[in-house]
Design a binder for this molecule. Structure first.
Ligand SMILES: NC(=O)c1ccc[n+]([C@@H]2O[C@H](COP(=O)([O-])OP(=O)(O)OC[C@H]3O[C@@H](n4cnc5c(N)ncnc54)[C@H](O)[C@@H]3O)[C@@H](O)[C@H]2O)c1
Length: 307
């Protein structure tokens, strides 16, 4: 059995796989679909993160492929419909990085409420903005979660410790799920009206693409902080900056972007005195989660091939 790994997996678990499989590790293939197409027919299993585009044109060449392991959870880089109709099993590492993302949301909520990006910038150039830049507490604030799946639930548990109030929008789950977590499930308009912090925990699809756009930012009544650790393109990036300039929102944290790595023209359009935190799609990537994700996928491949 041959396995191809195109993105980072903890070495310890690559070695575990080598006991039972013929393993090829080639990270360059994650950005080279043409090369991937040329060699994919040799492999029985493929292990990727979110960079490798496993679309129809690659899968059509993958005549021996039976298993795709995703070292993470979003499946938007994989043509899952094609896999389903061609008997290729797709295994995401569901839940294995949810704690990392939830911590990221709490971290960025606190940092942006306290204006830490601006405090740091000013202090480090010799200014002393002790009273000129405002700082707020998370205690008593309302966090609006868009989507109330695995990660959002973990955010709600952590946020309770800070005595924040949690509301969520997720029409696909029953209100009893909200009750269990002491989270009120509301209409999306109410989230825009009530939330001091809006954190996105949705999949990217035709219904969620461009969900937060200028018209929607205008409906936000409490100048919220916006956090996106889910998928780029759910927020319209140009509209986000416009909303910040017009003080419709008071800060934002982005871990995911329309294009990744984030494009220079977007970065250039962010003014230097913006209360924002930009990170390179690492909300779910910690040393601990990498271990969990890698171990989970290594075990899943072995179980799948009954080894
Ligand atoms: N930045 C990172 O490193 C990182 C790490 C892990 C996950 N993610 C992303 O975070 C997001 C959430 O992950 P999760 O594991 O919590 O997913 P999940 O599937 O557990 O939860 C998603 C929730 O969104 C709801 N939903 C779907 N469409 C909706 C819509 N149109 N309106 C409202 N609700 C809708 C679903 O009912 C579900 O409860 C995903 O996009 C995932 O790819 C990012």
């Amino acid at each position: 059995m041959k396995i191809l790994i195109t993105e980072f997996m903890e070495v310890r678990f690559v070695e575990v796989l080598k006991i039972n499989f013929d393993v090829t590790v080639d990270h360059d293939l994650s950005a080279n679909s043409n090369e991937l197409k040329k060699i994919i027919s040799k492999f029985d299993a493929l292990i990727v993160r979110n960079k490798t585009q496993v679309k129809k044109e690659v899968l059509e060449k993958a005549t021996n492929l039976k298993f795709i392991g995703r070292l993470g959870v979003g499946l938007d880089n994989i043509d899952t419909d094609y896999c389903k109709s061609n008997n290729i099993f797709v295994q995401p590492a569901t839940g294995m990085n949810a704690d990392s993302v939830a911590e990221y949301v709490i971290n960025t909520s606190l940092s942006l409420l306290k204006n830490l990006p601006l405090m740091h910038q000013e202090t480090s150039i010799g200014n002393w903005p002790r009273t000129s830049i405002a700082s707020k507490e998370l205690q008593g604030k309302t966090i609006g979660l868009l989507g109330f799946g695995l990660i959002a639930k973990k955010v709600s548990i952590l946020a309770k410790v800070f005595n924040a109030k949690i509301i969520a929008y997720d029409p696909f789950i029953d209100s009893s799920v909200g009750n269990k977590f002491d989270v009120k499930l509301l209409d999306i308009k109410e989230i825009f009206q009530l939330a001091d912090i809006i954190s996105i925990h949705l999949p990217l699809n035709v219904n969620t693409k461009n969900l937060l756009n200028y018209e929607v930012f205008k409906k936000m009544l409490k100048q919220p902080i916006i956090i996106n650790s889910s998928r780029g393109s759910i927020i319209n990036e140009e509209d986000l900056l416009r909303a910040y300039d017009e003080k419709l929102i008071t800060g934002f944290a982005l871990d995911v972007y329309d294009n990744e790595p984030v494009q220079k023209n977007f970065l250039n359009s962010i003014k230097s005195n913006t209360n924002c935190i930009l990170t390179p799609h690492i909300a779910g990537v910690t040393e601990e989660s990498n271990t969990r994700v890698s171990e989970f996928i290594a075990n899943s491949v072995k179980e799948f091939f009954k080894l």
